[in-house]
Write a protein that binds this ligand. Structure first.
Ligand code: CA2
Length: 149
């Protein structure tokens, strides 16, 4: 069975508690539980991790090599700034699907640029918590097509 890491970045621990008009009412715990439950229905193992710290996210990406088959990454605002995260993704050579709850292309111009996108398999944004479910489906299908475990 393939294993997927769902990795969330800064401030996403606040989901469901503030700005519901932008990010909805789903808490991070609910979101992670949904990912694990959806993983079971499509036959993949899902592990979750969230950190507000860039280095901890980089460590999690490094540790994913050999432990997981792919990563779903919402790097939060680091998506728009972090060359270090981009380099970490390139270095582990695991398929990464970039997700965002909001449609970053319909928001402020500084959110239009993503340093994750050029090194990601693809990007899903704008569907709220459903972005993660769509990303799981896409990554699981990619891993199945690629073959292996
Ligand atoms: O839409 C997304 O998922 C984002 O990655 C969320 C980031 C934002 O910086 C990106 O541009 C787009 C912000 C996460 C902040 O999450 C909060 C949730 C509730 C209350 C306050 C912040």
């Amino acid at each position: 069975m393939h294993s997927i890491l769902v990795l969330n970045g800064p401030n996403l621990n606040l989901l469901g508690t503030r700005q519901p008009e932008v990010y909805g009412h789903t808490t991070l715990q609910m979101l992670e539980d949904q990912c694990v439950a959806h993983g079971k229905t499509i036959g993949v193992t899902v592990e979750t991790f969230q950190s507000n710290h860039e280095g901890a996210l980089i460590d999690a990406i490094h540790a994913a090599r050999g432990a997981h088959d792919g990563i779903i990454l919402n790097a939060g605002a680091y998506s728009h700034s972090s060359i270090a995260l981009m380099d970490a993704i390139s270095s582990v050579q695991l398929p990464v699907v970039e997700v965002h709850m909001s449609n970053i292309h319909a928001r402020e111009s500084f959110r239009h640029r993503s340093y994750i996108a050029p090194v990601a398999l693809g990007q899903i944004c704008g569907f709220g918590a459903r972005s993660y479910v769509l990303a799981l489906d896409a990554l699981a299908a990619h891993l199945r097509e690629k073959g292996g475990a």
